[in-house]
Design a protein around this ligand. Structure first.
Ligand code: 99T
Length: 202
């Protein structure tokens, strides 16, 4: 299988963490891909019409895309065990969606600040995206800490990847002081070998 990959992407990182946790990194070949909404570059627009990564080319069907589809597929294929049975599954999926929403807002902030032509950038729009992130961080801190402290699953992996991306691209946003339980959890979870092996780089 071919995984269209960029080392900065929190969504690609989710997939890579799953592969490391399952001990199955040899099952995919990484294909470097980079681009932006304004210039798709080497993003696989022929395989994912949305022009986004990760995308997973597989031998037995159409290319899969959106990280949540890919992680569900690989979890099933590789018996990774990172999606628990219902009813815990519903919490895992909500946490994964919350984390992906943090990462999506953070990527949009990055594009607004660095990709959109300077004259048309909107600081208010950037702050509105941060407002979504702040609400989502508060929800994790107030509602989901007991789940995050349970057995490792894709919800936790997605949260760790989203928080890692905040530190990587938005290090000036000091989220830890307001979310001490989440900060402590992240410090411990981020020490897992799968997280250490996939830290974002430019
Ligand atoms: O939006 C584009 O045109 C290109 N962007 C991407 O491919 C980003 C890379 S993160 N991927 C996504 O937005 C995927 C989101 C999707 N819902 C999923 O797979 O879960 C690049 C971050 C950076 O370089 O800072």
């Amino acid at each position: 299988m071919k995984l269209f990959h960029a080392p900065a992407s929190p969504f690609v990182r989710k997939v890579m963490v799953l592969l490391h946790e399952a001990g199955t990194t040899d099952r995919v070949t990484l294909v470097p891909a980079s681009g932006t909404p304004l210039n798709p570059g080497t993003l696989p627009v022929d395989r994912n019409p949305l022009g986004k990564i990760p995308a997973l080319e597989r031998p037995d069907g159409p290319t899969l895309y959106d990280s949540r589809v890919i992680t569900r597929y690989l979890d099933d294929l590789l018996h990774a065990g990172l999606y628990p049975a219902a009813p815990r599954l519903w919490d895992t999926l909500v946490i994964e969606a919350t984390a992906d929403g943090i990462a999506e807002a953070a990527v949009l902030m990055r594009y607004e600040m660095h990709v959109r032509p300077e004259a048309s950038r909107s600081p208010a729009w950037v702050e509105a995206q941060w407002g979504k992130i702040a609400r989502a961080l508060a929800a994790l801190e107030e509602r989901w800490m007991s789940h995050l402290s349970g057995p490792p699953d894709m919800g936790q992996i997605a949260v760790a990847c989203a928080l890692g991306y905040l530190d990587f691209r938005h290090a000036d946003r000091t989220w830890r002081a307001e979310h001490p339980a989440l900060a402590a959890w992240h410090a411990a979870f981020d020490a897992r070998p799968a997280l250490q092996a996939t830290a974002p780089t430019a």
